[in-house]
Write a protein that binds this ligand. Structure first.
Ligand code: 2BA
Length: 108
């Protein structure tokens, strides 16, 4: 068995969870936030049998779009200097996906 951890954008999470549950995948949805943008995102935990991994990854890929996000970065604060945040644009993924081997799985 595998544990798939997928970090996706909030805008995609609703449709994605709907698609996954429609296709009988079990999903746990966590409200998370990214360290870089400090903005909300969604982390999904999904336990799947090995033969279901490829179809699961296909559904994630089909339902998650990458988007450009504009933000401001604060430069290092040097003593005696004022600092002005400068704008940057980053491309936030479709999905960041980790696939882990599961040592044991029980449902009581
Ligand atoms: P954030 O950390 O808020 O990052 C959002 C986007 O900002 C990233 O998109 C990337 O394009 C950019 N970014 C992140 N760190 C950067 C840096 N040090 N310098 C320049 N640009 C940077 P994604 O790579 O698609 O990541 C989307 C979200 O997925 C991340 O949100 C984070 O919550 C998660 N994530 C991505 N890679 C991860 C990893 N290796 N481990 C844990 N979480 C990860």
């Amino acid at each position: 068995m595998k544990l798939v951890i997928a970090i996706v954008q909030d805008q995609d999470a609703g449709f994605l969870v709907e698609e996954l549950t429609k296709k009988n995948f079990r999903v746990t949805r966590l409200t998370t936030s990214g360290g870089f943008l400090k903005a909300g995102n969604t982390t999904l935990l999904m336990g799947v049998e090995e033969e279901d991994l490829a179809p699961l990854l296909d559904i994630i890929e089909e339902n998650c779009k990458s988007r450009e996000v504009s933000t401001h970065i604060n430069p290092m604060n040097m003593p005696g200097e004022s600092f002005i945040p400068y704008p940057i644009t980053v491309k936030v993924g479709g999905a960041t996906v980790f696939v882990l081997d599961v040592a044991d799985y029980k449902r009581f």
